[in-house]
Design a binder for this molecule. Sequence first.
Ligand SMILES: [Zn+2]
Length: 138
Amino acid sequence: MAHRHPLGHRPARRPAVGTRRRRRVRSSRRARRRVTTREPLDSSLVIRTCIGCRERAEKSTLVRVVATGDSPVTVVLDRDGRLPGRGAHLHPDPGCLELAQRRKAFGRALRVAGTLDLTSVVEQLAPDAGHAPPARPT
Ligand SMILES: [Zn+2]
């Protein structure tokens, strides 16, 4: 007597039910970059670059210059930091002033294409070595 073993009896391996659909979460939301050009009112820790020597320094150690007027554009020192308009910063140093002039950094920094009248700044920053600055009406 031969027992017929039912070999066909395999443990039914169910195919894993992997029909779970993976949803791809596409982040379509773009992070909007906010450009803030406002500076804090406290100017003690604000760092600016000197347009002359290109060194960074605390804003309080630099002087601000502002372009005013149209033609010619006049650059004036903004000692109180209150003048409107586009400003630039530099050390109150004749050397930095000279560097800035040579590099035409004023025009670049102040976004002025034409000629700049720097007389006022030069008068106030240049050392009184050699030539006496012309008297300014007060
Ligand atoms: Zn400088």
